[in-house]
Design a protein around this ligand. Sequence first.
Ligand code: IMP
Ligand code: MG
Length: 187
Amino acid sequence: MIDMVNDIERVLISEEELQERIKELGEQISRDYVGKDLVLISVLKGSVILMADLMRAITIPCKIDFLATSLYKDETVPTGEVRFTKDLDKPIAGSDVLIVEDILDSGKTLSFVEDTLLVRNPASIKICTLLDKPERRQVDISPDYVGFTVPDVFVIGYGLDFAQYYRNLPYIGVIKPEAVDRIKGRK
Ligand code: IMP
Ligand code: MG
């Protein structure tokens, strides 16, 4: 069973801190993209909550689109290869693309997304991530807009999941190890 209150070890970033930072990011993006053909691209599913809040903090005209990725697995071990499980609805040629992501961890997902989208000739392509875990980086990629830099701990909430749960927590928290063991044990 999932316990939305007692499974949380501690709150890392509160709801208020998230909203304040996202407002700042929205203002900065609105200044940087004046006169541009801005398209926000959300990487499903983790970034949906950030996308919904960030787009409302942006005060200039913009479009949105969605894509989904999956890490190829050999049995249950990730191979490091990424593929699209949902592609964009519209071409991005000539557009100023801002990829909206929940967390930049090893960087493999975003580097694949960026390389794949670059081939489609956008006018520019930049990355906005709510969380950055630089200690975990395996490929050379750095985000253009970062909400918060976080230590190497597994975080949940505000879109981020463990076993697909906890995405609806309004803050970023750290899950208790015993909750992880319990949920894994049920599978
Ligand atoms: P990367 O390809 O290793 O950068 O992985 C990025 C993806 O891994 C994110 O979009 C998340 O879905 C997932 N991820 C990485 N770290 C965490 C975490 O601490 N909590 C939840 N999901 C995570
Ligand atoms: Mg994700």
